[in-house]
Design a protein around this ligand. Sequence first.
Ligand SMILES: [Zn+2]
Length: 192
Amino acid sequence: MSKEYTIPACSGMKIDIKQGQSITVIDIEGGQVVDFFAEVNGNANEFLSTGVTIDCNESLKLNIGDIIYTNLYHPMMKVLSDDVGEHDMLHPCCRREMYEFFYHNGGEHPNCFDNINRVLEEQRAIITPVNLFMHTKINTDGSISVEEPISKAGDKIVLKALMDITLGVAACSVSESKCNSGRCSSVKIVVD
Ligand SMILES: [Zn+2]
């Protein structure tokens, strides 16, 4: 039986997933980034690692068939299908300090770092999720630029859980840049 979760704009959600279940992440309106973090169910010390994922897949990009790994190099999820093909594995969650650094408005700004820590009831010092649908252009000289997502309304990525995991996900709160096309919207997750 499938379960549907809607994550309102600028907020986060915790979702428990069993090994073998599929996770469909849907960009409802298009152009919206999803900060997608996970940990091994019952063990907060083993969690999704973008660095290890980049290492094992030998790629800065996430492609169909690729595995997302934990910090202990265990296969965590597999990409089954993907309408978009542009996801970011470089940037940490947006946080008050980031808003302060770039926009001088960190004070009460909603942010993915606090949203994910809150739903997981944790106080991680930094969270580097897979930023689904985030379009980071990587240039040959190593410079990067964050562009508008190419995801259209209803576009989705489907992942399969390879272990029992707990998701901590957030609909990203940045409205100040092209990151979320200049506005924040809701996203949907279907588990089955
Ligand atoms: Zn964010």
